[in-house]
Design a protein around this ligand. Structure first.
Ligand SMILES: O=P(O)(O)OC[C@H]1O[C@@H](O)[C@H](O)[C@@H](O)[C@@H]1O
Length: 309
């Protein structure tokens, strides 16, 4: 099955102007080498691993110790969390209703560890667009009873990286889900890093028993940080010593901000002990109170677009 999937992906990419197939450990990877930018994406998890405009370093962080293993999400890039965010039991009863009972349920859902299929590739002088869809599988049906089609779309240009996650409710009744584009971002110094655009927003601080608080000013990092900011926030402004990145989002009414800091870093897989100093996550989400209730037949598009200021 895997070999057949890899053969047809190779064939599909053999006529491509800018994309080629590369095997990385156990995983096939799509490498994009456009005159204006380079990028790499895994069909496993529809995970973008890197995006570098020409002359720049990657706007996306990838762990130097990331492992290319079947069925395991790589640490870094943009993992897709869907159809639930975080621990299954922290989701609303509506989101939990479609989850199978008596099964171990993976954190952040199953989309990030399953194999997706390349369904569209558009290449032009000013952009590359790539679509992947998540096929139904026995494994998915054993953990989740929702009826949905899921498409990931990237629109890559020399000056921007857009990722969309489109959920279509193919069932007869309303579909409830939570989700995130779990973007890992680089910084050269977490102590000199701040996020603008969240001042005045309420947030859930998972570090203090899910207490509700309110953000005053920019978000700065002084310890382990794991927060769900509520309400729509776009654009966010990530200021690092290296660059200022604007994070534009649509279809998102919550933002997760995460840095594991010193102690949690030592417990994380595929993560060097000091890596917390040079990364953070800003996740374009619909999480906690903010889950999506999608009518039968309707679509929902969660989108994230990165540009530099
Ligand atoms: O190790 P995982 O499953 O990729 O999760 C990483 C982090 O993901 C974040 O979204 C969560 O808020 C954190 O609590 C979690 O630790």
């Amino acid at each position: 099955m895997r070999q057949h999937q890899n053969r047809s992906l190779k064939e599909r990419l053999s006529n491509s102007a800018f994309c080629h197939f590369e095997q990385r450990g156990e995983l096939p990877c799509i490498v994009v080498q456009h005159p204006g930018f380079t990028a790499s994406l895994l069909p496993q998890g529809a995970q973008l691993l890197s995006f570098c405009p020409s002359g720049d370093t990657s706007w996306i962080w990838l762990s130097p110790t990331a492992e290319y293993q079947q069925g395991t999400s790589l640490r870094g890039g943009i993992p897709v969390c869907w159809p639930w965010f975080g621990n299954a039991d922290k989701n609303s009863p509506e989101v939990q209703a479609a989850m199978a009972e008596g099964q171990p349920l993976p954190a952040h859902g199953f989309a990030r560890t399953n194999r997706w299929t390349l369904t569209r590739l558009y290449e032009a002088a000013d952009r590359v667009e790539i679509d992947m869809s998540l096929p139904q599988s026995h494994h998915i049906q054993s953990v989740w009873q929702g009826d949905a089609e899921l498409t990931a779309r990237w629109i890559l240009t020399p000056t921007s990286m857009e990722m969309q996650l489109i959920t279509t409710n193919t069932g007869q009744s309303t579909l409830a889900f939570s989700q995130a584009l779990h973007t890992y971002l680089p910084t050269t110094d977490i102590n000199a890093t701040r996020i603008g655009g969240l001042s005045g927003h309420p947030y859930i601080d998972t570090m203090t028993g899910w207490q509700r608080k309110q953000q005053q000013g920019d978000v700065v990092f002084q310890g382990e940080t794991d927060r769900i900011y509520l309400q729509q926030a776009s654009p966010l402004r990530l200021v690092t010593p290296q660059r200022t990145l604007l994070i534009h989002s649509r279809g998102s009414r919550s933002t997760v901000v995460w840095n594991p800091w010193i102690t949690k870093a030592q417990r994380l897989s595929q993560f060097e002990d000091n890596a917390w100093q040079t990364m953070l996550c800003i996740e374009t989400a619909n999480a906690a109170d903010d889950w999506v209730n999608l009518a039968a037949g309707a679509n929902h598009c969660l989108s994230l677009r990165l540009t530099v200021e």
